[in-house]
Design a protein around this ligand. Structure first.
Ligand code: CDM
Ligand code: ATP
Length: 283
């Protein structure tokens, strides 16, 4: 096998609590991750030299800083021979959207090149390596909806309700470091057990980043206000995307049809197994 085309799905944070701050400035979280059947698509062709090319490049991101190229570079030392890849990216997920697009692209690259280069490092090792690229990379490598603790890398697989979602991107990019750096951010939510979070269920779930993001980004505040008038709505990650949960596909399409011009939106189904792992036949 010398070529592969694979999905890089979005994630949602179905709830997110911030329970502390570590000495290195990273925040301790408790969050529930779930995948969506919507995301980017990547195509990989093996090269017999050590070049890694990406097309098209992302505007505002130098290729060598792109998480896709960084993921490929991270794996190269594990191959006995010089190997590279030509990688095509079909970007659908908004950047700085809280949907984990960059992290998901990185995870797809790790799994694809592990297979194409015959490395057989295994999901555990790949998740460990991926953590160097971002806090959200391990869950995309593991491929199971999960309860996450630590900075998001301590994962316990869970099975969540799988409703339809409408996701709105209010047209701006939220800076994750700006949100985590805000003095007024809640950082002291008492930790709860996974069992309690699951028992409380979607009606009780909230995102501790939401009040700060509403203050700093009025566009996100507007999108939350509009969508929550129609269905139960939350922020994902540090935003900018907001999502609502619906019981039927018809309800989702009806809301999608009413989304304000200037915002982009899509509907998708929640998945407890990543579409990437389904495509690779891993579970
Ligand atoms: C908030 C979440 O979206 C939840 O899924 C993620 O944990 C964010 O993950 P990410 O975008 O992959 O974030 P990273 O690239 O690792 O970190 C970006 C910046 O956000 C802050 N950051 C991130 C994650 C975390 N647990 N604590 C933090 O304080 C740090 O300032 C870090 O420099
Ligand atoms: N392949 C990539 N796709 C998207 N962004 C990338 C990529 N590589 C590097 N980046 C950089 O990462 C930043 C965050 O992008 P990303 O789409 O992952 O944000 P996000 O959805 O908010 O992630 P999270 O939910 O993990 O906070 C971008 O602004 C961009 O500078």
């Amino acid at each position: 096998m010398t070529a592969l085309t694979l999905p890089a799905p979005a994630k949602l944070n179905r709830m997110l609590h911030i329970t502390g701050r570590r000495d290195d400035g990273y925040h301790e979280l408790q969050t529930l991750f779930q995948f969506l059947d919507h995301g980017d698509t990547l195509t990989f062709q093996v090269r017999e030299d050590n070049q890694v090319t990406l097309s098209p490049s992302l505007s505002g991101v130098v290729d060598e800083d792109n998480l896709i190229v960084r993921a490929a570079r991270l794996l190269q030392p594990y191959s006995q021979r010089p190997l590279g890849a030509d990688i095509q990216l079909q970007k659908r997920l908004p950047m700085g959207g809280g949907l984990g697009g960059g992290s998901s692209d990185a995870a797809t690259t790790l799994l694809a090149l592990d297979r194409l280069w015959g490395l057989e490092l295994g999901l555990e090792r790949l998740a460990e390596l991926g953590l160097q690229l971002g806090a959200d990379v391990p869950v995309f490598v593991r491929g199971r909806a999960a309860w996450a603790e630590g900075i998001g890398e301590r994962l316990t697989p869970v099975s969540l309700d799988t409703p339809w979602f409408v996701v709105i991107h209010p047209g701006i990019e939220v800076s994750t470091p700006r949100v985590f750096g805000a003095p007024q951010l809640t950082r002291n939510t008492p930790p709860i057990s996974m069992a309690r979070a699951l028992q409380e269920g979607p009606e009780a779930w909230r995102n501790d980043c939401e009040p700060v993001v509403r203050q700093l980004y009025p566009e996100v505040n507007d999108a939350l206000g509009w969508l929550s008038g129609l269905a139960p709505t939350l922020l994902t990650g540090t935003g900018a995307c907001v999502f609502c949960r619906l019981t039927s596909e018809d309800e989702a399409s009806s809301i999608l049809g009413r989304v304000r011009s200037g915002w982009t939106a899509f509907m998708a189904h929640g998945c407890n197994t990543s579409p990437l792992h389904q495509a690779l036949g891993l579970f």
